[in-house]
Design a protein around this ligand. Sequence first.
Ligand code: XMP
Length: 339
Amino acid sequence: EWTTGSVIDEQVARVREQIGEGTAICGLSGGVDSAVAAALVQKAIGDRLTCVYVDHGLMRLNESEQIEKAFGESTGGAKLVVVDTEEQFLTALEGVTDPEQKRKIIGREFIRTFERAQADILRERGVIEGEGSQAHTSAEGGTKTFLVQGTLYPDVVESGGGEGAANIKSHHNVGGLPDDLSFELVEPLRTLFKDEVRAVGAELGLPDGIVWRQPFPGPGLGIRIIGEVTRERLDVLRRADAIAREEMKAAGLDREIWQCPVVLLADVRSVGVQGDGRTYGHPIMLRPVTSDDAMTADWAKLPYEVLGRISTRITNEVAEVNRVAVDITSKPPGTIEWE
Ligand code: XMP
């Protein structure tokens, strides 16, 4: 029989067995999946787990600061390392427009960052001695390193991992991993759906703000800019996204909708008139959806007043944007994210 208590006991036991005397790192995204995965592993192996937050420059406005602040309460006192990798990620994404290529590059840069973090941790523990190519392990046991990921069942299916499933897109934490991975993966949520993960998170005592946080993809705003990802475009999208989220929150819609990607059609321009002049700006696309598990979704019928306020504010406050559109496609045929 499925109960949150039995899932927790079972997964903690499994993780303990898999990791043995090894150490693990867990990429923390700020969302419920990675927080629950980290909390389970923390229960299993204590301080041999280090959480790593990769600040890749693709997060929403002020989000990294909020995640760092919320961390303490959310994972039972696990260790946290924050790495600033904006330059690394944006350089790697230069000139790239293809969605699958973006996902693969972002997945690869995540892994590189985790590898560096892991080497630092092992060096600190005295397991590795020396630097770079001179490095060698000094101890026999305890050197095996694991990477914890909050992969859910739907991620597995849609990345082509399920039986007979097509590869719809490479979720960066599944299909987007490089082939020469030096970590063994630990995925304690691999058989669960989002509502089950939320129940487990609540049972583990994670704060409501984490348990009920709307999904946000690991590749972040990198897959919400249609076209090349640049600092300037990220800045435009961040300002528009903050307005949309603020208005939806003020209208009390946070739990009613599953999530609402805000997408910048950076390679599209259209003529507008703002103030007394002609503009030639970019459209912002709102993609509000309702869903139970993200495998299917309906477009959400947001109140016209809320849509109106979002549109007026974005076009007034974000000079580069002169149109706001709403995506009214369900999944299928559209996916939730545009890329
Ligand atoms: P799609 O666009 O495939 O999205 O309909 C389904 C759900 O998954 C989220 N998503 C991701 N989450 N890494 C993640 O951690 C990813 O690469 C990724 N791609 C999509 C998306 O936000 C939606 O909730």
